[in-house]
Write a protein that binds this ligand. Sequence first.
Ligand SMILES: [Zn+2]
Length: 133
Amino acid sequence: MPETPTFRRTRQREAIYNVLSEAERPLKFEELLERAREHYPRLGERTVFRNVREMLDDHTLVRVYLPGQPARYELPTGNHCPHFICRNCNNVFVLPEETPDILPEYRAKIPDNFVAEGEEVIIYGYCRECPKD
Ligand SMILES: [Zn+2]
């Protein structure tokens, strides 16, 4: 019996979802594609791209933009955890502990007429694969 388009699409989204839930860190698009193809070798780049876009639209996926970094993808957690950027391999990790909410306290120090809406904590260092000599 031939697969219906809906069934195929569900499987593709499932593959993307599974890759990200098994990933130890947020993935760049190329990494996501490569890992998804380990399970589904026939997945096309445009197909994955289209599915990622749909999953971003319905908030099944989150795109992470960090300064000077390519976009990465992760599953939404609802937690506000800091990102860790390795200075050697340039991989990005999500640290387990939530960031303290500094904005309410800091808001009074922001110049007049600036509207602060959020804050992002990034910690730089070396990941466990890249010990610092
Ligand atoms: Zn590293």
